[in-house]
Design a protein around this ligand. Sequence first.
Ligand code: NDP
Ligand code: GDR
Length: 349
Amino acid sequence: MKKALITGITGQDGSYLAELLLQKGYEVHGMIRRSSSFNTGRINHIYRDPHEKDVRLFLHYGDLNDASSINTLLRIVQPDEIYNLGAQSHVRVSFDVPEYTGEVDALGAVRILEGIRETGLNTRFYQASSSELYGKVVETPQRESTPFYPRSPYGCAKAYAYYITQNYRESYDIYACNGILFNHESPRRGETFVTRKITRAAARIKLGLQNCLYLGNLDAKRDWGFAGDYVEAMWLMLQQEQADDYVIATGETYMVRTFAEKVFARLGMPLEWGGSGDREEGVDTATGKPLIRVDSKYFRPAEVDLLLGDPSKAKRVLGWQQQTSFDQLVAMMTDADLALAEREMRANG
Ligand code: NDP
Ligand code: GDR
């Protein structure tokens, strides 16, 4: 039975990847952080008491900032594959906590790679690299050969992790891959990322639980896919003869405002746009009520205006194919958040 270790197992991607690896018959070990309230909500449905029979999912306390916890985990688990998904993953927040973001997102990766090198384990390593590496537009669509121009402390930290992963591959012959993943979303997406923030608020507005949604830059363009499709690509990268780096994307890009329009339209509240800049509003065409307003506090000191990825290498070499379209993603997330808002309303009486 193959053993995998996942950092960031409690996050969006970690939960989908753990499901996938369990389905494939792996023994799955996840690093979790101690927190004062439960942070395992995304994996509770697959977790079983380790005293039961045939349990294949095990959770261990640790932290990417704590090399000794990483080394202990490597020694006791001896994983065949490590997926390094743990990160301070919010770009806007990285401007508030730049040093911490570097510790976790940049040095976290080298702590694991050093652990692999030191223990001499024959472990394959996946690094969660990001389209934020591309940052300011140099060329589109962005592909493996496109130069990097990160625009945030998060992007800079991920650039270090990207290069150190390549460096350990070349220096020590470690099977180490970078998945350069473009934005991917799901009903399990953190609630402060823009897609989920929109679907959650729109559903609550629909049910009268909230009046208005405040957003930042409506004109940013993103290449949004479904997280469930993208974790398959992570696994495929570690099953090849040679380690390499791959872009995973849909090849389509949409503005934040388009995502919002589609969500509100699906809920029967088609929007029209009025005002401009900080005063721009998304107005309900039926009632004339502003449902979206712009708040400049959500603008970033430096923005990534346009992401559009070219996944042709992953298609050609890995045989990876996206399964979920943009419209299906919008529908899936909107419907899930409507159901959640309905539960919230029932709970409130
Ligand atoms: P999430 O924010 O949902 O999950 C991040 C995970 O990292 C959580 O499990 C979190 O734990 C954990 N974590 C945070 N800090 C530490 C730490 N110091 N030590 C150990 N674990 C830590 O992110 P996603 O699932 O969306 O993304 C997964 C990875 O992929 C991240 O590295 C992200 O930067 C990268 N990425 C994501 C993309 C996307 O569009 N989703 C695109 C490209 C890259 P806790 O639950 O306790 O907070
Ligand atoms: P991103 O995702 O920064 O691309 O990073 P996010 O959803 O946070 O922002 C996408 C775009 O939407 C604009 N935006 C807003 N964003 C947020 N969060 N909140 C708002 O209110 C808002 N209004 C407009 C942003 O300015 C931005 O242009 C995600 C993360 O998952 C990273 O970890 C990952 O590496 C990249 O995707 C690829």
